[in-house]
Every structure is written in C-alpha cells, then in structure tokens.
Design a protein around this ligand. Sequence first.
Ligand code: 3PG
Length: 307
Amino acid sequence: MKKVLLATEKPFAAKAVAKIEEICGAAGYEVRKLEKYTSVDELKAAIKDVNAVIIRSDKITKEIMDAAPELKIVVRGGAGFDNVDCAAAKEKGIVVMNTPGVNANAVAELAIGMAIYTARTCFTPSTGTELKGKKLGLQAYGNVGRNVARIAKGLGMEVYAFDPFLTKEKIESEGVKYIATKEELYKTCNYVSLHIPANDETKKSITKEFMMDMPKPATLINTARKEIINEEDLAAVLEARPDFKYVADVAPDNAEELKAKFEGRVFFTPKKMGAQTSEANDNAAEAAANEIVNFFEKGDVRFQVNK
Ligand code: 3PG
C-alpha cells in the first residue's frame, strides 16, 4: 500500500484535507498527516517510510530526503517550489511537481486588497487615494499576474506587464499594455506588483535603482517571495522617498525595523496568507492528490519541475 504524507506547517483547511484523503483513499493509498509541526526532526520522523509527500512552503532539503529512502514524489500544493532542493531530488530520482495556477486568484485578490488598504491610509480616516486611473505594472504575467490584471482592469487601473518569457502579441491580446524592459516598467508605474519566483537570477533583484525610478507616489506590492527584494535597498528607499510604500505578504527580515520607522507606509501580513482561502486550499489539495495518483498509476509526469 502506497503511503502519502501530508506535511504542512501551515495546514490546509479541513475540507481540503478530506479531499486528499478521499482521492488517495480511492486509489488504495494510506494518508498520514503532519500538521503545524515545529521541527525538522518531526518531519524526518514522519517522512521516513512514505512514498509521496504533499507540502506547501515546507522545506524539503537534501537532509529531509536522505531521511526518506522510500520517497518517490514530492508535490508542492501551490506554485513556487523554491522550498524544495530540486537538484538533490533529481539526483535521488525523486520527482518534484507543483500545482500551477490553483491559488492564483487568491493571491491576486490579496495583492489588490493590500493596494486598496495602503491607498486608503491603512483604513484610517486620513484622506487616501483611489486606484482608478493609476498605472499598475506587473512584473511577470503568469497565473497570478493575469488574475491581478483582470481585477485591476475592473477597478479602472491602466495595466502594464513586463514578462521576458511572453511576446508583445500575447500580452496585448489580453488587454494589457506590453512593457519591453524591467527599467521601463518601474519608470512607468505608480504601482508595481511582483509575481516572479525566487531563484538565483531573481534573488535580491529588486534594487534601489528600480524602486527609486518609480513615479510619485509609489507603491510596491510583494505577494511573491521576500528573497527577491534587496532589503537594505528597500530601507534606504523608504528613507529617501516619503511617498514610497511597501506592502508584502512575505515580510522582510527587517520587518520590525521598517514598521517602527515607516509607520503607515509599510504593511506586512502576520504570516504568508495569499493562498489561504478555502477555494485555493481545495484546488491545491485536489490537484496535489490527483498528481500523486496519476504519477503512481499512469506514470504521468506532466507537472514535474525537476526534469
Ligand atoms: C505558492 O507558491 O503557491 C504560494 O506562495 C502559496 O504558498 P503557501 O502554500 O505556503 O501558502
């Protein structure tokens, strides 16, 4: 009997967990749960004899995989897989998959929600501004970027996108203005919303020069990964530009310092919650469980990210 571990430090909602149990159960698999764990040792103990693991932002390092000799597949219920050592997995013949798009609308709604929150002076009675008519730049036009564009257009924003992996025709066919360079995106838009993964190329890639270039007043929205921001530069920009705001679902390491110094101009969710809706949990759980069953039963590796 195949054993599937659901290892979620930040658990899925109960209904989504039941979906995993239902899909894996129907295939004759046993589902074990390790939720809200607090140490690597707990994960190592739970993973030691399972064949598959479903995770969220949980870290699957080489050390964890070394402790899992029976492991064949890791499924990240969500989009970003920077929390999995994909190279080590490949070396060990472990397949890594994600479930792209399943939580994109949830993340997009939070990005827009945070934009409104900061534009309306953190819901204080001070006079705020409206999003209508403002220029919003999307750094990357993938699943989340597309959903942000759809909502922002409904609010009357002018939406621009920079995505080196997509053509001008593709972006413009969706009613979004194409921007050819990252420099131009930041020079053009009062709001920039980040939708890039964290990898060797993107880590610390949002630097002072880009943030300083944004027209006044400027708001940078980060629902992607904290690692993509150069945090020292961010602090320097907040210091240099009183019009600059930063809102993030992925608080920087210097969050407390920034909150104390720049009250009302920075906002961080207490714990990453972009994907934390009932709908996104259901979608991610269902997709992850199906990927595991299809992998074992049909050899389906369509969603593999470590080929
Ligand atoms: C993702 O990459 O899908 C999102 O960042 C969601 O992450 P989470 O599952 O940890 O909430």
